[in-house]
Design a binder for this molecule. Structure first.
Ligand SMILES: [Zn+2]
Length: 129
């Protein structure tokens, strides 16, 4: 179990490569209009910033790949097989079925069976690896 960390302890672990300092505030009054300008100074450690950005990108890529792998289903359009005494919609040799959910490929009355890149029923990726 991870020990609880105080916010001050977390700040000690990571120092941002970018620091922003509040600087002078300039106030001007002219013709009934008050203009206020707050100045800031920004300090940037380029080497540390580059390291942080590379780390962030790697973390994003790793998380994306892990998430994708956890939900991705690879399937293929398989030929139906005539099986006596079974539901004919699931077992017609002249039609294609999703290998993952076993649903029939989408049927278009004008164009016939449509073998999409993704199964419209379960989302399985049919493009091959
Ligand atoms: Zn499917």
């Amino acid at each position: 179990m991870q020990p609880f960390l105080l916010e001050s302890e977390v700040k000690k672990m990571y120092k941002s490569p970018i620091e922003i300092f509040v600087d002078d505030m300039i106030t001007e009054y002219e013709n009934g209009i008050v203009k206020v300008l707050q100045k800031y100074k920004i300090s940037c450690n380029k080497e540390e910033l580059t390291k942080a950005l590379v780390y962030d990108r790697d973390q994003y890529k790793k998380g994306f790949e892990e998430g994708k792998a956890s939900v991705q289903k690879i399937g293929e359009w398989i030929d139906g097989v005539d099986v006596p005494n079974r539901n004919p919609y699931l077992h017609l040799a002249n039609k294609k079925y999703c290998s993952k959910c076993l649903n029939e490929a989408y049927w278009d009355s004008d164009y016939g069976q449509q073998l999409f890149d993704f199964c419209p029923n379960c989302g399985a990726d049919m493009r091959g690896e």
